[in-house]
Write a protein that binds this ligand. Sequence first.
Ligand code: FAD
Length: 367
Amino acid sequence: MRVVICGGGVIGACTAYFLRRRGVDVIVVERTDIAAAASGKAGGFLARDWCAGTPLDALARRSFALHAQLAGEIAGDWGHRPMSAYSGYVAPDGDPRRNTQSALDWLSDGVVIAQRIGTAETTAIVHPRKFTLAMMKAAIADGAELRHDRVIGLVRDADGTRAKGVEIDGGIIEADAVVIAMGPWSLLAAQWTSLPAVYGQRSPSIVYDLGPNAPADALFLESEIDGEAASIEVFPRADGSAHITALSDIAPLPLDPMAVTPDSDAIVRLQAMSERLSPLFRPEMIIAQQACFRPVTEDGLPLIGRIPQSEGLYVATGHNVWGILNAPATGEALAQLIMDGVTRDVNLAPFDPGRLQPLDPSLLRAR
Ligand SMILES: Cc1cc2nc3c(=O)[nH]c(=O)nc-3n(C[C@H](O)[C@H](O)[C@H](O)COP(=O)(O)OP(=O)(O)OC[C@H]3O[C@@H](n4cnc5c(N)ncnc54)[C@H](O)[C@@H]3O)c2cc1C
């Protein structure tokens, strides 16, 4: 059995790892580099039960447990560590609370901590790029193959009902099953098969180097910039890098993942917001100013499972803000579905691609 996985983000890498554990012949086709897109530029924050009461709950809980397990199982250090999480707000100029000392000693006066919303039992973090690379490296060490190429189409059998591989710039790769895991670029696969729409939501981020004593405190803060309210998220990681993001916007998805850039005005505003949070966020400590597109679907839930009316064709995308968290259980469940026809640990029914109308391919302009 040979499976081709289109896309080497966190979803593709985890799927490759779990398929290899089942002894499947795996080829990952990645257009640029492993973790070149959102999977390398995310925060990496993980929460066990923040999806409680939603269809994502079982996937998130299983993934949270797998993240802890994988950290002990696979070679490499991607900084998996439990952490606390807090909500609060940044007191605006002129507000008397502007001079109040923060409850967390690494934060500036006026950063008001309202509530502890995660503990070392319920919240954790990984470095997402290092995690994705480690999963791919483990899959390769176990026999998976990585090809740097661009998937441009599907190969089907004579009557068109079964996927037989993929077309790439460099030729054809034959396979018994194909998994589409190209993040927001999975949209392009709607030209080749009946797939619901997947959109890209852009977010800028700044990464600071805090050195060896980066606090294990994630922050979810309400702030104000130029008279507008904004939510800002701060994720210090075990390797000393701290990822700060806010100010998501709507922007066209570039066809080439390497062409994704942040809006320069958004970066200037995000830097100004960051500098109000802590004296640690000084301009000379900046190590990256970037943006990425997270994949979203019409109902906000991922697409994970078999694509209707196509034998041997699967999709795993649309993980939105929880792709790093939910990648391990997604990969595990897909490997079970492909090999056994059913899943054991997580019920994929809420994520069935058949629940949404397929995108009309004529809406996609010819590339
Ligand atoms: C600012 C920000 C912060 C985030 N923070 C968190 C967080 O703290 N926790 C969390 O759980 N999630 C977080 N996320 C969400 C998470 O990053 C995404 O859900 C996840 O990375 C999506 O992974 P993916 O593998 O589906 O897609 P991607 O990472 O986009 O990977 C898709 C891959 O497919 C490749 N590709 C595209 N087209 C082709 C082609 N034609 N042929 C071959 N390959 C192709 C691309 O090059 C890319 O490498 C965040 C997202 C953003 C934007």
